[in-house]
Design a binder for this molecule. Sequence first.
Ligand code: SF4
Length: 303
Amino acid sequence: MEVFKVIPSGYCKGVVNAINLAKKAALDYPDKKITMLGMIVHNRYVVEALKHYYIDFIEQPKTTRLKLLDQINEGVVIFTAHGVCDEVINKAQSKGLICINASCGDVIKTQTLIKEAIADNYNILYIGKQFHPESEAVTFIDSEKINLITSVKDVDPLPSFEKVFVSNQTTMSILEISEILEAIRKKYPHAVIHEEVCNATRIRQEAILKLENVDCLFVVGDPHSNNSNKLKDIALKHGIPHVELIENVQDINIAPLKNYNRVAVTAGASTPTYLTDQVVEWLKSYCIDPNTEKPSINIHKIL
Ligand code: SF4
Protein backbone atom coordinates (compact mmCIF):
# COMPACT_ATOMS: atom_id res chain seq x y z
CA MET A 1 0.00 0.00 0.00
CA GLU A 2 1.33 3.44 -0.97
CA VAL A 3 0.66 6.25 1.52
CA PHE A 4 1.15 9.95 0.85
CA LYS A 5 0.17 13.34 2.23
CA VAL A 6 -1.75 15.71 -0.03
CA ILE A 7 -0.02 19.06 -0.56
CA PRO A 8 -1.15 21.61 0.46
CA SER A 9 -3.10 20.55 3.52
CA GLY A 10 -3.43 21.58 7.14
CA TYR A 11 -2.98 24.90 8.93
CA CYS A 12 -3.76 28.13 7.05
CA LYS A 13 -2.47 31.61 7.91
CA GLY A 14 -5.75 32.62 9.61
CA VAL A 15 -5.60 29.70 12.00
CA VAL A 16 -1.93 30.22 12.83
CA ASN A 17 -2.63 33.89 13.50
CA ALA A 18 -5.59 33.08 15.80
CA ILE A 19 -3.60 30.55 17.83
CA ASN A 20 -0.66 32.96 18.16
CA LEU A 21 -3.00 35.74 19.33
CA ALA A 22 -4.46 33.44 21.98
CA LYS A 23 -0.99 32.41 23.21
CA LYS A 24 0.09 36.06 23.27
CA ALA A 25 -3.00 36.94 25.34
CA ALA A 26 -1.91 34.37 27.92
CA LEU A 27 1.51 36.07 28.14
CA ASP A 28 0.12 39.63 28.14
CA TYR A 29 -2.61 39.04 30.74
CA PRO A 30 -1.25 36.41 33.17
CA ASP A 31 -3.49 37.61 36.01
CA LYS A 32 -6.74 37.91 34.08
CA LYS A 33 -9.37 35.33 33.26
CA ILE A 34 -9.20 34.66 29.50
CA THR A 35 -12.18 33.18 27.66
CA MET A 36 -12.64 32.31 23.99
CA LEU A 37 -16.12 33.14 22.70
CA GLY A 38 -16.55 29.80 20.91
CA MET A 39 -13.87 27.46 19.58
CA ILE A 40 -11.00 29.71 18.46
CA VAL A 41 -10.67 27.47 15.42
CA HIS A 42 -12.78 24.40 14.80
CA ASN A 43 -10.51 21.77 16.26
CA ARG A 44 -11.10 20.42 19.74
CA TYR A 45 -7.42 19.51 20.24
CA VAL A 46 -6.39 23.13 19.68
CA VAL A 47 -9.00 24.23 22.22
CA GLU A 48 -7.79 21.55 24.68
CA ALA A 49 -4.16 22.57 24.20
CA LEU A 50 -5.03 26.22 24.90
CA LYS A 51 -6.50 25.17 28.25
CA HIS A 52 -2.89 24.46 29.26
CA TYR A 53 -2.33 28.20 28.76
CA TYR A 54 -5.24 28.81 31.18
CA ILE A 55 -7.48 29.90 28.32
CA ASP A 56 -11.05 28.74 28.74
CA PHE A 57 -13.79 28.65 26.13
CA ILE A 58 -17.55 28.69 25.99
CA GLU A 59 -19.66 27.19 23.24
CA GLN A 60 -23.27 26.07 23.01
CA PRO A 61 -24.82 24.68 19.83
CA LYS A 62 -27.27 27.04 18.10
CA THR A 63 -26.59 29.81 20.62
CA THR A 64 -25.48 33.11 19.13
CA ARG A 65 -22.21 34.70 20.17
CA LEU A 66 -24.22 37.70 21.39
CA LYS A 67 -26.09 35.45 23.82
CA LEU A 68 -23.00 33.45 24.80
CA LEU A 69 -21.30 36.67 25.79
CA ASP A 70 -23.72 36.92 28.75
CA GLN A 71 -21.59 34.21 30.37
CA ILE A 72 -18.37 36.28 30.31
CA ASN A 73 -18.24 38.99 32.93
CA GLU A 74 -14.56 39.66 33.55
CA GLY A 75 -11.12 39.67 32.03
CA VAL A 76 -10.25 39.05 28.42
CA VAL A 77 -12.51 37.79 25.66
CA ILE A 78 -11.07 36.34 22.45
CA PHE A 79 -13.22 36.47 19.32
CA THR A 80 -12.58 33.49 17.06
CA ALA A 81 -11.03 33.23 13.58
CA HIS A 82 -14.53 32.91 12.07
CA GLY A 83 -15.30 36.60 12.54
CA VAL A 84 -17.43 38.63 14.89
CA CYS A 85 -20.21 41.16 14.38
CA ASP A 86 -20.12 44.74 15.65
CA GLU A 87 -22.93 44.09 18.19
CA VAL A 88 -20.81 41.49 19.96
CA ILE A 89 -17.75 43.76 20.03
CA ASN A 90 -19.83 46.67 21.35
CA LYS A 91 -21.48 44.52 24.02
CA ALA A 92 -18.11 43.12 25.16
CA GLN A 93 -16.65 46.63 25.38
CA SER A 94 -19.64 47.92 27.32
CA LYS A 95 -19.14 45.06 29.81
CA GLY A 96 -15.59 46.34 30.34
CA LEU A 97 -13.95 43.27 28.81
CA ILE A 98 -10.55 43.41 27.13
CA CYS A 99 -11.25 42.34 23.54
CA ILE A 100 -8.88 40.38 21.32
CA ASN A 101 -10.12 39.88 17.81
CA ALA A 102 -8.67 36.78 16.11
CA SER A 103 -10.92 37.15 13.03
CA CYS A 104 -9.17 36.02 9.88
CA GLY A 105 -8.40 38.84 7.41
CA ASP A 106 -10.21 36.95 4.63
CA VAL A 107 -13.39 36.84 6.72
CA ILE A 108 -13.12 40.55 7.52
CA LYS A 109 -12.70 41.32 3.81
CA THR A 110 -16.01 39.58 3.00
CA GLN A 111 -17.78 41.36 5.86
CA THR A 112 -16.47 44.72 4.58
CA LEU A 113 -17.65 44.01 1.02
CA ILE A 114 -21.12 43.16 2.31
CA LYS A 115 -21.32 46.27 4.51
CA GLU A 116 -20.38 48.44 1.52
CA ALA A 117 -22.97 46.72 -0.69
CA ILE A 118 -25.69 47.27 1.93
CA ALA A 119 -24.73 50.94 2.16
CA ASP A 120 -25.17 51.01 -1.62
CA ASN A 121 -28.73 49.62 -1.29
CA TYR A 122 -28.06 46.08 -2.46
CA ASN A 123 -29.97 43.06 -1.22
CA ILE A 124 -27.45 40.43 -0.23
CA LEU A 125 -27.44 36.73 -1.02
CA TYR A 126 -24.89 35.14 1.29
CA ILE A 127 -24.00 31.51 0.62
CA GLY A 128 -23.08 29.85 3.90
CA LYS A 129 -23.84 27.28 6.53
CA GLN A 130 -26.65 27.89 9.01
CA PHE A 131 -25.52 28.31 12.64
CA HIS A 132 -21.86 28.56 11.61
CA PRO A 133 -20.18 31.47 13.45
CA GLU A 134 -18.89 33.00 10.22
CA SER A 135 -22.34 33.18 8.62
CA GLU A 136 -23.86 34.25 11.95
CA ALA A 137 -21.50 37.24 12.13
CA VAL A 138 -22.41 38.22 8.57
CA THR A 139 -26.17 37.86 8.92
CA PHE A 140 -26.03 40.02 12.05
CA ILE A 141 -24.83 42.92 9.88
CA ASP A 142 -28.38 43.41 8.60
CA SER A 143 -30.80 40.50 8.95
CA GLU A 144 -33.42 42.24 6.75
CA LYS A 145 -31.13 42.76 3.78
CA ILE A 146 -29.11 39.55 4.02
CA ASN A 147 -30.57 36.28 2.75
CA LEU A 148 -28.70 33.16 3.82
CA ILE A 149 -28.45 30.62 1.00
CA THR A 150 -27.52 27.16 2.23
CA SER A 151 -28.25 25.22 -0.97
CA VAL A 152 -29.57 25.59 -4.52
CA LYS A 153 -33.08 24.96 -3.15
CA ASP A 154 -33.01 28.30 -1.31
CA VAL A 155 -32.63 30.32 -4.52
CA ASP A 156 -35.94 29.71 -6.26
CA PRO A 157 -38.31 30.95 -3.50
CA LEU A 158 -36.49 34.31 -3.23
CA PRO A 159 -38.44 37.42 -4.36
CA SER A 160 -37.25 39.60 -7.23
CA PHE A 161 -34.71 42.21 -6.18
CA GLU A 162 -33.65 45.28 -8.09
CA LYS A 163 -30.06 45.24 -6.82
CA VAL A 164 -28.46 41.95 -5.82
CA PHE A 165 -25.01 41.38 -4.35
CA VAL A 166 -23.77 37.83 -3.82
CA SER A 167 -20.97 36.58 -1.61
CA ASN A 168 -20.20 33.57 0.52
CA GLN A 169 -18.65 31.96 3.57
CA THR A 170 -14.92 31.58 2.95
CA THR A 171 -14.74 27.84 3.62
CA MET A 172 -17.42 26.57 1.24
CA SER A 173 -16.85 23.91 -1.40
CA ILE A 174 -15.81 25.40 -4.74
CA LEU A 175 -18.05 22.85 -6.52
CA GLU A 176 -21.09 23.65 -4.36
CA ILE A 177 -20.53 27.38 -4.75
CA SER A 178 -20.36 27.19 -8.53
CA GLU A 179 -23.62 25.18 -8.61
CA ILE A 180 -25.41 27.74 -6.39
CA LEU A 181 -23.96 30.67 -8.34
CA GLU A 182 -25.28 29.18 -11.57
CA ALA A 183 -28.81 29.10 -10.09
CA ILE A 184 -28.40 32.69 -8.85
CA ARG A 185 -27.17 33.92 -12.25
CA LYS A 186 -30.23 32.37 -13.91
CA LYS A 187 -32.64 34.05 -11.49
CA TYR A 188 -30.75 37.36 -11.19
CA PRO A 189 -28.73 37.93 -14.39
CA HIS A 190 -27.90 41.43 -13.10
CA ALA A 191 -26.43 40.18 -9.78
CA VAL A 192 -23.04 41.50 -8.70
CA ILE A 193 -21.06 38.45 -7.60
CA HIS A 194 -18.03 38.38 -5.30
CA GLU A 195 -17.01 34.75 -4.87
CA GLU A 196 -15.00 34.74 -1.65
CA VAL A 197 -13.81 31.17 -1.05
CA CYS A 198 -10.47 31.91 0.61
CA ASN A 199 -7.25 30.92 -1.07
CA ALA A 200 -6.34 28.39 1.64
CA THR A 201 -9.66 26.57 1.21
CA ARG A 202 -9.50 26.72 -2.57
CA ILE A 203 -6.00 25.30 -3.00
CA ARG A 204 -6.65 22.48 -0.53
CA GLN A 205 -9.81 21.53 -2.44
CA GLU A 206 -8.10 21.82 -5.84
CA ALA A 207 -5.35 19.48 -4.61
CA ILE A 208 -8.05 16.85 -3.92
CA LEU A 209 -9.54 17.32 -7.39
CA LYS A 210 -6.12 16.59 -8.90
CA LEU A 211 -5.77 13.21 -7.14
CA GLU A 212 -5.79 10.16 -9.40
CA ASN A 213 -6.02 6.43 -8.67
CA VAL A 214 -6.58 6.89 -4.94
CA ASP A 215 -8.61 4.16 -3.20
CA CYS A 216 -8.96 5.89 0.11
CA LEU A 217 -8.61 9.45 1.43
CA PHE A 218 -8.40 10.25 5.12
CA VAL A 219 -9.35 13.83 5.95
CA VAL A 220 -7.90 14.67 9.35
CA GLY A 221 -10.15 17.27 10.95
CA ASP A 222 -12.77 18.06 13.53
CA PRO A 223 -16.43 17.22 12.75
CA HIS A 224 -17.25 20.91 13.45
CA SER A 225 -14.77 22.15 10.87
CA ASN A 226 -16.58 23.34 7.77
CA ASN A 227 -13.49 23.30 5.58
CA SER A 228 -12.65 19.73 6.68
CA ASN A 229 -16.18 18.56 5.87
CA LYS A 230 -15.97 20.28 2.49
CA LEU A 231 -12.72 18.44 1.71
CA LYS A 232 -14.62 15.23 2.32
CA ASP A 233 -17.55 16.35 0.11
CA ILE A 234 -15.21 17.35 -2.71
CA ALA A 235 -13.36 14.02 -2.53
CA LEU A 236 -16.62 12.06 -2.73
CA LYS A 237 -17.80 14.16 -5.68
CA HIS A 238 -14.41 13.56 -7.31
CA GLY A 239 -15.14 9.83 -7.14
CA ILE A 240 -12.67 8.64 -4.51
CA PRO A 241 -14.27 5.35 -3.39
CA HIS A 242 -13.57 5.59 0.32
CA VAL A 243 -13.36 8.95 2.12
CA GLU A 244 -13.31 9.30 5.87
CA LEU A 245 -13.16 12.29 8.18
CA ILE A 246 -11.07 11.28 11.19
CA GLU A 247 -9.99 13.34 14.17
CA ASN A 248 -6.75 11.47 14.79
CA VAL A 249 -4.79 8.28 14.21
CA GLN A 250 -6.89 6.38 16.77
CA ASP A 251 -9.96 6.73 14.52
CA ILE A 252 -8.46 4.72 11.64
CA ASN A 253 -10.36 1.53 11.03
CA ILE A 254 -7.65 -1.07 10.36
CA ALA A 255 -9.76 -3.84 8.79
CA PRO A 256 -10.38 -2.24 5.35
CA LEU A 257 -6.76 -1.05 4.90
CA LYS A 258 -5.75 -4.35 3.30
CA ASN A 259 -8.09 -3.53 0.38
CA TYR A 260 -6.31 -0.32 -0.63
CA ASN A 261 -3.41 0.23 -3.01
CA ARG A 262 -3.07 3.99 -2.67
CA VAL A 263 -4.05 5.95 0.42
CA ALA A 264 -3.91 9.74 0.60
CA VAL A 265 -4.09 11.90 3.73
CA THR A 266 -5.24 15.50 3.81
CA ALA A 267 -6.21 17.82 6.66
CA GLY A 268 -8.51 20.75 7.32
CA ALA A 269 -7.09 24.24 7.72
CA SER A 270 -7.57 24.06 11.50
CA THR A 271 -5.98 20.62 12.01
CA PRO A 272 -2.70 20.56 13.95
CA THR A 273 0.15 19.28 11.76
CA TYR A 274 1.18 16.92 14.57
CA LEU A 275 -2.13 15.00 14.27
CA THR A 276 -1.87 14.70 10.48
CA ASP A 277 1.76 13.58 10.61
CA GLN A 278 0.87 10.91 13.17
CA VAL A 279 -1.73 9.52 10.75
CA VAL A 280 0.70 9.49 7.81
CA GLU A 281 3.56 8.00 9.82
CA TRP A 282 1.40 5.29 11.38
CA LEU A 283 -0.07 4.30 7.97
CA LYS A 284 3.46 4.04 6.57
CA SER A 285 4.54 1.89 9.52
CA TYR A 286 1.45 -0.28 9.05
CA CYS A 287 2.59 -0.98 5.46
CA ILE A 288 5.86 -2.37 6.83
CA ASP A 289 4.36 -4.12 9.84
CA PRO A 290 0.56 -4.53 10.12
CA ASN A 291 0.93 -5.14 13.86
CA THR A 292 2.34 -1.66 14.49
CA GLU A 293 0.62 -0.09 17.51
CA LYS A 294 -1.14 3.21 17.07
CA PRO A 295 0.57 6.05 18.99
CA SER A 296 -1.23 7.98 21.71
CA ILE A 297 -1.83 11.72 21.41
CA ASN A 298 0.40 14.10 23.34
CA ILE A 299 -1.67 17.26 23.82
CA HIS A 300 1.50 19.29 24.60
CA LYS A 301 2.69 18.70 21.04
CA ILE A 302 -0.48 20.16 19.47
CA LEU A 303 0.48 23.86 19.43
S1 SF4 B 1 -9.76 28.80 6.22
FE1 SF4 B 1 -9.53 30.70 5.07
S2 SF4 B 1 -10.96 32.13 6.04
FE2 SF4 B 1 -10.69 30.42 7.46
S3 SF4 B 1 -9.05 31.08 8.84
FE3 SF4 B 1 -8.08 29.93 7.15
S4 SF4 B 1 -7.50 31.51 5.62
FE4 SF4 B 1 -8.99 32.42 7.03
